[in-house]
Design a protein around this ligand. Structure first.
Ligand code: GRF
Length: 202
């Protein structure tokens, strides 16, 4: 069994989508070990509890990144986590964190990376005037939203889109894409060559 640790900071819709996918058998071989928030008031925490998931808060405020990460790593290890899924986790990870789970940390980002990394990806896409954007699931490395790409889904930008309408359209795809990408990684039928993540033929 792969034990997933999901890190959230906010509303937690991707966390719930992963929980649904695991519960419905769409991520064979996976179970959710723990959901950790870096804020006590993250709305996603209550949603996770309602699903009967184990939740924890590792409060970030007032703490240096390295020290905060050290506690988060310890909690993940205590819960036997072997794959970390960032789901709207709004804190950059320290090198120590990345090394503790090398190629075992996934993130979802609401753009077609490498376009529009960082904050406000939807706003960036609209302002740039692209006709297509989307979402990306990637391995997390030391770069900002720059690790090897596991899966992407394109979404059109419509002429009258606002950040709200575009985010809502992308979010539907995020929920499907994240579950599929986690299933691929848990299944292990992939290889990473340089930046390329490719399905491995059996
Ligand atoms: C999503 O758009 C995700 O791509 C980004 O942060 C947002 C989190 O939303 N990294 P939610 O908390 O999963 O609802």
């Amino acid at each position: 069994m792969s034990r997933l640790g999901i890190l959230i900071s906010g509303r937690g819709s991707n966390m719930l989508a992963l929980a649904d996918a695991v519960a419905e058998g769409r991520v064979p071989g996976a179970e959710i070990a723990v959901v950790i928030s870096d804020h006590t008031d993250a709305p996603g925490l209550a949603l996770a509890r309602e699903r009967g998931l184990k939740t924890l808060v590792v409060e970030r405020s007032g703490r240096a990144r390295v020290e905060h990460d050290r506690e988060t790593i310890a909690r993940l290890k205590e819960h036997g986590v072997d794959l970390v899924c960032l789901a709207g986790y709004m804190r950059l990870l320290s090198v120590d964190f990345i090394e503790a789970f090398r190629q075992r940390i996934l993130n979802i980002h609401p753009s077609l990376l490498p376009s529009f990394p960082g904050l406000d990806a939807h706003h960036q896409a609209i302002e740039h005037g692209v006709k297509w954007t989307g979402c990306t699931v990637h391995f997390v490395d030391e770069t900002l939203d720059g690790g090897p790409i596991i899966a992407q889904q394109a979404v059109p930008v419509l002429d009258d889109d606002t950040v709200e309408t575009l985010s809502a359209r992308i979010l539907i795809e995020e929920h499907k894409l994240y579950a599929a990408a986690v299933a691929l990684v848990v299944g292990g039928a992939y290889e990473i060559k340089g930046r390329r993540v490719r399905a491995k033929m059996s």
